[in-house]
Design a protein around this ligand. Structure first.
Ligand code: UDP
Ligand code: MG
Length: 331
């Protein structure tokens, strides 16, 4: 059992009221619209704030645009990762670096409306909540394929991980300093935040919103990345595939017993030439069950191996706030 109660040495003294963490990968086209909507909202709150833009190894003009924006927006802080580490790792970097009493994570493409941030903050403060989830009530802007795969994902996760997984809550959420410190105390390994946060069991609330279409550019989540996120979610939070492997193995064993009885009966009847088809079926069946089970084991062993290497999930090349030497993992 991992002790995830915040380690006092990991605690960070908040220096601003609110951090807004935005992972971004090749979002140069979305940036002007993002700043155009986000800045008035944040300036209007009268809170002290910082915007932590995590540049996840962008190869387009994102870095140049961010540097230009910072010249005129001192609250904009750029945390640049050395290479593309993936959405969840970029989010980890941003949350680790956030210095606010609260932090909101937001996508760069304006699919999550920044106008909801004051409502989230007010809810967290008035009801003393550690987490406020942004819950999508309307995804009509997403493609039918995206809606169906997302529906399947949350259905599966609620069954495998538990009913506390909030369906339709993505990565638009507010965390208190307490929740942020709990995150920092976790070992540095890949996380799926939409499953991890409910798992903590912090007092939480919800703010509903309409999922808007992406403002500019293309999705950075092609089918391949969606499948990888789903595999990480299942393997990272459940041993159900290992149990399934046991059931599959048991089923294969029972089928084999039946075939053994059949073969012996045929042999006893004096007919030793029949049975080629059933033999091939049995060989293929057992072979494929074994391969599936080996694959499942491989997924878990692969994660153990990666965890044992203790390599950080991200490398920070530059942090404009600290202007410090590069850091890896928890700062
Ligand atoms: N993103 C990232 N690194 C990646 C992929 C995505 O930081 O490797 C960011 C991306 O720039 C965006 C957020 O993660 O701010 C969500 O990605 P996207 O909007 O493309 O996903 P979708 O909404 O299509 O699922
Ligand atoms: Mg998006």
């Amino acid at each position: 059992m991992i002790d995830v109660s915040p380690d006092p040495t990991d605690r960070c003294e908040p220096s601003v009221a609110l951090s807004v963490v935005i992972p971004m990968f090749n979002e140069e086209e979305a940036l002007p619209a993002l700043v155009g909507r986000l800045r008035p909202v944040l300036d209007g709150t009268q809170e002290t704030y910082e915007v932590v833009a995590v540049d996840d190894g962008s190869t387009d003009g994102t870095a140049v645009r961010l540097a230009g924006l910072r010249a005129d927006w001192p609250q904009l802080r750029i945390v640049r990762l050395r290479r593309n580490s993936g959405h969840q790792a970029a989010l980890t970097a941003g949350l680790h670096h956030a210095r606010g009493s609260h932090a909101v994570s937001l996508d760069a493409d304006l699919q999550d409306p920044p106008e909801k941030i004051p409502e989230m903050l007010a809810l967290a403060r008035t009801r003393q909540l550690d987490i406020v989830y942004g819950v999508r009530v309307n995804r009509s802007s997403d493609t039918g394929f995206k809606r169906r795969t997302a529906g399947l994902y949350y259905w599966l996760m609620r069954r495998l991980v538990g009913p506390h997984v909030c369906a339709q809550a993505g990565d638009f959420r507010l965390l208190s300093r307490h929740a942020l410190d709990a995150l920092k105390a976790l070992p540095d390994q890949p996380q799926v935040y939409r499953l991890l946060m409910p798992w903590f069991g912090f007092p939480s609330g919800e703010v509903t919103y309409r999922r808007e279409p992406r403002v500019a550019g293309r999705t950075k989540y092609p089918l391949r990345k969606m499948i990888l996120l789903a595999i990480d979610s299942v393997i990272g939070f459940s041993v159900a595939p290992l149990r399934l492997a046991v059931w599959l193995g048991t089923l294969a064993f029972l089928v084999c017993l039946g075939m053994l009885a059949y073969t012996l009966a045929v042999y006893a009847a004096g007919d030793t030439t029949r049975g080629w088809t059933s033999l091939i079926i049995a060989v293929l069946f057992i072979g494929s069950v074994q391969l599936v089970c080996l694959g499942v084991l491989g997924e878990y062993i692969g994660r153990l191996y990666t965890a044992a290497q203790r390599r950080p999930t991200y490398y920070v090349a530059e942090d404009t706030a600290a202007a410090s030497t590069p850091t890896a993992g928890v700062p």
